[in-house]
Every structure is written in structure tokens, then in C-alpha cells.
Design a protein around this ligand. Structure first.
Ligand code: RTP
Ligand code: MG
Length: 141
């Protein structure tokens, strides 16, 4: 199976709940390695640019407003089948529909405050990792 990288964001709600470590522990238990990380409080412009793919969607403004409501923890994760593995750990977008034991089932409050973001494909992972870590070291291991 291919070694992939994916972009993970622990969103403002989960950072505020002080569960960064608990979420990282789930990544590590699943065999995903943190190969880059930084904390940031995004500006509106940064959040709009990151979520540009959603800009025509009715939830765009709420999504951006939520994502700038507090600091986020941004990581690149590496491992076998990392993109799908990470999305399985996250659970469904709407925590009410998320399988028990997933990050969103356990830590998310609503479809907006849904604890985590994860890339959805190899191409988007590359773009998203570049968005936050361009010019920075990725500690592949
Ligand atoms: P993410 O990109 O954050 O990993 O989540 P996702 O793939 O599961 O969801 P996506 O469709 O890419 O949507 C991005 C984020 O927008 C918010 N959203 N709100 N109100 C709504 O109907 C709605 N739909 C999506 C969610 O916070 C979602 O994570
Ligand atoms: Mg998405």
C-alpha cells in the first residue's frame, strides 16, 4: 500500500477543549506519523483561501467564521494509506452521523464545530500541505 501524506487541522473547538494530545494519540495508534506541525490563528483571508473550493456553498461564510474563531493545530501526517485512514479516524462530517469511536463522534458538537479537517485525495493533500508548510521542512520518517 502506498505511503501517503495528508493535511490535518484540529479545529478551534477541539483546541479549546484541550484535546490536541488525545487526537494525536489516535493518529499515532493508527500508524500515522506527524511529519510537520504548527499552531496558527488564521486570518479571514487565509481561511477563505484555504476553503476556496467551497466558496459558492451556502455554508462558506459560517465555515470561515468558525475556522477563525480561535487557534488551530495544523499537521502533515504520513503513513500507509494516510488519506483514507485519517478520514476514517475523523468520521462523518456531521457528528450526529459519525460512527461511535471516531474523532467527530467523540469530540465534535455540530457540523460547523466538527473538531477536525482532513484532505480528501492525493492531489488536494499536496495542495493543502503546500498551503500551510511551503518552504518549511517536512520531517519524513
Ligand atoms: P473537512 O473538509 O473539514 O475535512 O470536512 P469534510 O470533507 O467532511 O466536509 P466538506 O464537505 O469538505 O466541508 C468542509 C467543512 O464545511 C462544513 N460544512 N458545513 N452546513 C453544512 O451543510 C456543511 N457542510 C459542510 C463542515 O465543517 C465541513 O467540515
Ligand atoms: Mg473536505
Amino acid at each position: 500500500m502506498a505511503i501517503e501524506r495528508t493535511l490535518s487541522i484540529i479545529k478551534p473547538d477541539a483546541v479549546a477543549k484541550n484535546v490536541i494530545g488525545q487526537i494525536y494519540a489516535r493518529f499515532e495508534a493508527a500508524g500515522l506519523k506527524v511529519v510537520a506541525a504548527r499552531m496558527a490563528h488564521l486570518s479571514r483571508g487565509e481561511a477563505e483561501a484555504f476553503y476556496a473550493v467551497h466558496k459558492e456553498r451556502p455554508f462558506f461564510k459560517d465555515l470561515v467564521t468558525f475556522m477563525i474563531s480561535g487557534p488551530v493545530m495544523i499537521s502533515a501526517l504520513e503513513g500507509e494509506n494516510a488519506i483514507l485512514k485519517h478520514r476514517d479516524l475523523m468520521g462523518a462530517t456531521d457528528p450526529k452521523k459519525a460512527t461511535a469511536g471516531t474523532i467527530r463522534a467523540d469530540f465534535a458538537d455540530s457540523i460547523d464545530a466538527n473538531a477536525v479537517h482532513g484532505s480528501d485525495a492525493v492531489e488536494t493533500a499536496q495542495v493543502e500541505i503546500g498551503f500551510f508548510f511551503a518552504g518549511m521542512n517536512i520531517y519524513s520518517r
